[in-house]
Design a protein around this ligand. Structure first.
Ligand code: HEC
Length: 125
């Protein structure tokens, strides 16, 4: 047995282990992060649209609740038992929470170009 080679391989594996344990495991079929509640979300949130619509969205727990209410009111989404809804909201808020720096802040007014469509209230000439 080549001790040197084996030791080298063990080192390489050891170097990657900490990364692997932090990486979030996702379900290959849907892309959902695998964590408590994901199967409930998978079972209830992919009947009408792709899981991508869920995983590409993000928002606070409040926003997710608002979206669920909206789908219940207008899109035929069924009602959930409170406990199940909690599990769903916990999961969504934890893994698809608000993206804080998804958008840059707006430019200051003086950094903006002149608005070419500006209307003057002066119509006299
Ligand atoms: C009964 C059908 C149905 C189920 C079940 C359903 N949805 Fe939806 N959902 C819709 C429809 C219809 C739309 C609108 C799709 C469109 O705009 O093309 C939508 C849109 C969305 C959107 C996009 C909203 C936006 O702002 O554009 C998100 C996010 C979403 N659903 C999440 C979920 C989650 C999370 C669940 C599970 C709790 C779920 N959906 C279950 C019908 C459903």
């Amino acid at each position: 047995m080549n001790v040197k080679k084996t030791f080298g391989a063990a080192l390489v594996i050891a170097a990657f282990l900490p990364l692997a344990s932090h990486a979030q495991e996702t379900d290959p079929a849907t892309g959902f992060v695998i964590d408590e509640g994901w199967q409930i979300v998978n079972a209830n949130c992919t009947a009408c649209h792709s899981a991508k619509l869920v995983t590409q969205n993000s928002g606070s727990r409040h926003r997710w609740e608002y979206l669920i209410r909206w789908m219940q009111k207008t899109q035929g989404l069924w009602q959930f038992q409170p406990e199940m809804e909690n599990t769903i909201l916990d999961y969504l808020a934890k893994h698809y929470g608000p993206k804080e720096d998804a958008r840059r802040p707006p430019l200051a007014r003086e950094l903006m170009p002149d608005n070419p469509y500006k209307q003057t209230s002066d119509t006299s000439g």
